[in-house]
Ligand binder design. Structure first.
Ligand code: COA
Length: 372
């Protein structure tokens, strides 16, 4: 039985932030910090902080802009954390709300009734709470049936969940499965860290995975899925429920995302390129069969190298579109935003690849073909 991606949905917050705005906030923080610690810095007892720069960010990453849940709180130098008031248990939680917004769009574009859904997976790089599962809250809010559960595979959360949804449908546990990937990344971003302050943006995506025989015209048949993991400490977030048991380290910077970007770049490019090429060989796909690559959106230079290794030539924007210039790195949502935004022009029979990679390390590849 063939399983297909019937539709996708995308929700983005309305707060829009350019690199110049982000850098102005960071550099104001640096000035304030260095003035406050001027004596220690002059005595060599404390290193001065260095400023960030728009030129560096654009050249090193390709990111020019991102959307955020709360620009004011995130850029306020005395705070540098989004201001997100806690909601009572009687209200829909924020991550469930973002997911439902994306999900409703996907359901509408597939002409699908929520009652047709037999499984909901909420998969993202940082879950708002351990339980009850956000997926069950989303299931309830939509009026979907079946079951729901949460999972977390960092930036590969969406592709890993697509494989789960594919397998659920293929095994006959549900006819339609909904994946939601709410990436409220600014909540776990350190706006005081020069190495990472510019990387992330907020967004939520939804992917409807169904039996191909019930999917709407123009759905995307899933030709194959492949997942790979390889342990690395180079991207880490140590936030968790055990933090409260050690007050001395509870609020250390490692309780937000930290990464060794250069090492990640060097190690992930070969890991991902080789995985894609191996998966293509298994599916008997040639580079010339690939109409488009919807790659994870962390770094445009990484994507250029990966696409070149996969296609055998430098990829055009048409072959491997970029969305991180507008959205920043939206963790698991990046490759899905690329797929959502850049597939309408493809024709029946065209084949493409959705591919994610990130912390873990983790990587997922999903080959798809547009149906009639
Ligand atoms: N502004 C100005 N300069 C900066 C800076 C900033 N915000 N951040 C770092 N620099 C400086 C560094 O101090 C260093 O200076 P030096 O050469 O004098 O020592 C120089 O720029 C290069 O720093 P480096 O960290 O090696 O940059 P890079 O070219 O590797 O780019 C990333 C950094 C994070 C953009 C890049 O490594 C990356 O995207 N890696 C992949 C990350 C990834 O995929 N993560 C997965 C998450 S889903």
């Amino acid at each position: 039985m063939t399983v297909a991606i019937s539709a996708t949905g995308l929700w983005t917050p309305t707060d829009s932030v350019t690199n110049a705005e982000l850098v102005a906030s960071y550099n104001a923080y640096v000035e304030r910090y260095n003035a406050e610690h001027a004596e220690e810095i002059a005595a060599g007892a404390r290193p001065a902080l260095l400023p960030s720069s728009v030129e560096f960010i654009e050249k090193a990453s390709g990111i020019k802009h991102r959307y955020m849940l709360d620009k004011a709180g995130s850029l306020d130098v005395s705070r540098m954390v989004p201001r997100i008031p806690e909601r009572p248990n009687s209200e829909l939680s924020l991550m469930a709300e973002a997911s439902v917004n994306a999900a409703r769009q996907a359901l509408e574009s597939a002409g699908r009734d929520p009652g047709d859904i037999g499984a909901v997976i909420c998969s993202c790089s940082s879950l708002q709470r351990p339980y009850p599962a956000l997926a069950i809250e989303v299931q309830n809010e939509l009026g979907a049936g079946g079951f729901g559960y949460d999972m977390n595979v960092a930036c590969s959360s969406a592709t890993f969940a697509i494989q789960n949804a594919h397998d659920i449908v293929k095994a006959g546990h549900a006819r339609s499965a909904l994946v939601v990937n709410p990436e409220l990344t600014t909540g776990h971003l350190n706006f005081r860290d020069r190495e990472t302050h510019f990387i992330f943006g907020d967004a939520a995506v939804a992917i409807l995975v169904e039996r191909a025989d019930v999917a709407p015209p123009g759905a995307w048949a899933i030709l194959g899925t492949k997942l790979k993991t390889q342990f690395s400490n180079n991207i880490r977030n140590n936030f968790g429920f055990l933090n409260r048991a050690d007050e001395a380290h509870r609020d250390d910077p490692d309780k937000l995302i930290t990464q060794q970007g250069r090492k990640v770049f060097r190690e992930v490019v070969p890991l991902v390129s080789e995985m894609i090429l191996q998966h293509m060989a298994e599916l008997e796909l040639k580079p010339s069969d690939m109409r488009r690559l919807w790659l994870h959106q962390a770094n445009s230079n990484m994507n250029r190298l990966i696409a070149e290794r996969v296609l055998g030539h430098e990829a055009s924007q048409d072959e491997a579109p970029t969305v991180l210039d507008v959205y920043g790195n939206t963790a698991g949502a990046g490759s899905i935003i690329a797929f959502h935004s850049h597939r309408a022009d493809l024709k029946t029979g065209d084949k493409g690849l959705i591919c994610s990679f990130g912390a873990g390390y983790s990587a997922g590849s999903i080959f798809v073909q547009k149906a009639a």
